[in-house]
Design a binder for this molecule. Structure first.
Ligand code: NAG
Ligand code: NAG
Ligand code: NAG
Ligand code: NAG
Ligand code: NAG
Ligand code: NAG
Ligand code: NAG
Length: 619
């Protein structure tokens, strides 16, 4: 009893501010915005809540004998009433992301389970404590390279997001979480890696071997099985996985026919967004893909809602009518905040800038081999996009100089980042972003939801690249549910750019098809029908060198100092779980050439249509 009282007074005596360290180590509490106390979770008050529960437990249970508790927030939590010690379930395996040269974000989820399988509900009034360790060997023999402990609680949906620091650049690591109170209760083991330090010579990056990225977009659960993630994880040697957005969808759809019904309703509240992310992450292929490599992600519209822009989506905005769409009465801003918070809880992504609320645009300097620049052309500060009923309005403004898909702050940062990358002699500039950049005339019209509707912004980027002679820029895009490979040049400029030779271009765009979302050529369209449309598309669009509209899939980028190669993968059938697929096209970009190498794709592809086939072969 004496010990219990001593412990009780320690609780009272300890400064609350310093007590939150294990809460604060879990970045999920800062979601969605670091250092915006009014928007993030107040870990001091969560701590006070916990201490209050403990005080009651102490008074109710004076028999409590704290043999193991060496001090407030010490390292041994067994028997401590401050944390749940009845067992944890690591329900969603592990994930890692946003690798830097000496640190990486590690993610897991740990929920309290009923002690000994009883039906008694676990006590959720106290936090759960997990510890993590990082090592260079898969059996964790030898000293751990980085370790730590962090709390989680229902406030953050039991997610855990910690930064493992003090790592060695360009190194592969193994990591695992465990229950602080029962160290033998552990999560799966994840593999991850750091990237090279910015000053590493280009030919020394990744130990001198090419660096490979797998690139995804548009993974709609109810529309198909995530076979693309499985093939990328099991059949390629991708080092880092990139997702260009539409990682989840807010809609419900009808997936039951293929065993992919989604839970819940159209997403509007924090509960909704968490439930959807939770369900997506039960997919075995997605889980494995997260477990084996670090991810670098950006969101597109569907992480919030269809055709989002800075002040609304197709169905919601902050006007009276725009708040009525949802049964819960969520207006656009509430909805967006809920979506952003859940995204930061569930995704292994870093908070970029404490002072800039919505910012996920960020840059990774991977030695002198490349800069990987991730943009947000969707949620951050995008001027109005087409949401269906306003097409005429958007059509009238596509050429306005004062219109931006990125917002002025991000635009300036992007130009500076491109220049800085050139000035530091990085060989490649790979730009991961959401929507198709190249001008695409389709059936006589342009998309009002892609760069074609933000033409001055696109021209400013091309001006910056041409004007400053910035070479080796490769833009990536998702969103469109089809494959488009193009030389990067001013639209319609066949005076300076030659579509046959590629001379005059300033870079390349690789736009990729969806993991599962239906083709924009028509849901379920077969290869022959899609190719008929592709023949016209490559014919009328000067910059477009390959078009393919039938297959779901992904692509890889394999990069060294001399070449950047893109390999497109086509999945045979996403209506059931399988790894059937094939490489549909391979493209080479030689450093310094600023165009697709000729003959494009070696002159032949396994799916879709090359411009050279239409021109040479006739129709
Ligand atoms: C742990 O969570 C998984 C996934 O939700 C579930 O299938 C399993 O039954 C849980 N195990 C326990 C012991 O609660
Ligand atoms: C807001 O949403 C309502 C309902 O969809 C729509 O009628 C209205 O035009 C929207 N307003 C704006 C400014 O987008
Ligand atoms: C943007 O430019 C257009 C066309 O020049 C002009 O009509 C409009 O007023 C401008 N909008 C703002 C907010 O400056
Ligand atoms: C390119 O030419 C087409 C066809 O004349 C035209 O519709 C389009 O607006 C032009 N694009 C730009 C960026 O001027
Ligand atoms: C790219 O492909 C070409 C042609 O197959 C090959 O010579 C080159 O080594 C490849 N480069 C990389 C980085 O894989
Ligand atoms: C895909 O698989 C399903 C289920 O086996 C089958 O019914 C369907 O015909 C297949 N689709 C194609 C295009 O082969
Ligand atoms: C991936 O590997 C599996 C198992 O080895 C194989 O069955 C499948 O055909 C492969 N898929 C692709 C796209 O290479």
């Amino acid at each position: 009893m004496g010990r219990a009282i001593l412990y009780f007074s320690l609780v009272l005596a300890t400064n609350l501010a310093t007590c939150t360290i294990l809460f604060d180590r879990n970045h999920a509490y800062r979601s969605p915005f670091t250092e915006h106390p009014h928007l993030s979770h107040d870990t001091k008050s969560i701590h006070r809540r916990t201490a209050g529960h403990v005080r009651r437990q102490m008074q109710d249970a004076m028999e409590f004998d704290d043999k193991h508790y060496p001090g407030f927030y010490g390292s041994d939590f067994s028997n401590s009433p401050f944390v749940w010690n009845g067992g944890l379930n690591f329900t969603h395996s592990v994930a890692s992301g946003d690798p830097f040269d000496t640190s990486i974000i590690l993610w897991t989820r740990a929920i309290p389970v009923s002690p000994d399988g009883t039906s008694e509900l676990p006590d959720q009034s106290v936090p759960a404590c997990v510890s993590f360790k990082v090592a260079t060997s898969s059996d964790f023999s030898g000293p751990a390279v980085s370790t730590g402990e962090a709390f989680t609680s229902y406030d953050v949906d039991w997610t855990v997001k910690v930064e493992a620091t003090g790592l060695t650049p360009d190194t592969k690591y193994f990591y695992q979480f465990s229950d602080c109170t029962h160290p033998k209760s552990v999560s799966s083991i994840g593999t991850t890696r750091t990237i090279a330090s910015p000053d590493t010579d280009a030919d020394q990056v990744n130990g001198g071997k090419p660096l490979t990225f797998a690139v995804f977009s548009c993974s709609q659960y109810q529309n198909g099985w995530f076979n693309a993630y499985g093939v990328a994880a099991q059949n390629t040697s991708a080092d880092i996985f990139l997702h260009l957005g539409d990682y989840i969808y807010e809609s419900v759809g009808s997936g039951a026919g293929i065993g992919r019904a989604v839970l819940g309703r159209t997403l509007a509240t924090i509960f909704d967004y968490r439930q959807r992310l939770n369900q997506y992450r039960t997919d075995p292929n997605l889980r494995v893909a997260h477990q084996i490599a670090p991810w670098i992600t950006v969101w597109d519209d569907h992480e919030v809602a269809d055709n989002a822009w800075k002040a609304g989506t197709t169905t919601s905005n902050d006007t009276g009518a725009g708040c009525k769409w949802s049964p819960s009465g969520a207006c656009f801003t509430d909805r967006k905040m809920a979506a952003v918070r859940a995204y930061h809880e569930w995704m292994p992504i870093r908070q970029v800038d404490a002072a800039d609320q919505l910012r996920i645009w960020r840059n990774f300097k991977i030695g002198k081999l490349m800069d990987l620049t991730m943009l947000d052309t969707r949620e951050y500060d995008r001027d109005i996009t087409s949401v269906g009923y306003n097409s005429a309005v958007v059509k009238a403004v596509v050429d306005f100089e004062n219109r931006s898909i990125m917002g002025a702050t991000q635009e300036k940062w992007f130009y500076d980042t491109l220049s800085e990358s050139k000035n530091r002699d990085a060989v490649w500039r790979v730009v991961g972003q959401q929507v198709v950049f190249t001008q695409l005339l389709r059936k006589g019209s342009f998309s009002l939801d892609a760069w074609d509707a933000y033409r001055a912004n696109r021209r400013r980027i091309l001006d910056h690249l041409y004007g400053n002679q910035i070479s080796n820029t490769v833009i990536l895009a998702g969103d469109s549910h089809a494959n488009w490979v193009s030389d990067l040049a001013y639209p319609n400029d066949t005076l300076n750019y030659n579509p046959d030779s590629g001379v005059g271009a300033i870079g390349v765009e690789f736009a990729g098809t969806a993991v599962t979302s239906s083709s924009s050529f028509g849901a379920g369209i077969l290869p022959d029908a899609a190719d008929a449309m592709s023949r016209t598309l490559v014919d009328v669009n000067e910059d477009l060198q390959w078009s393919e509209g039938s297959f779901r899939g992904f692509f890889t980028l394999t990069i060294d100092t001399h070449t950047l190669n893109a390999t497109y993968y086509a999945m045979q059938n996403t209506s059931f779980a399988n790894l059937d697929g094939f490489a549909s096209a391979k493209f080479v970009v030689e450093a310094g050439q600023n165009k697709l190498s000729r003959p494009v794709a070696g002159g032949s592809v396994g799916a879709g249509v090359l411009k050279s086939q239409v021109k040479v072969g006739g129709q």
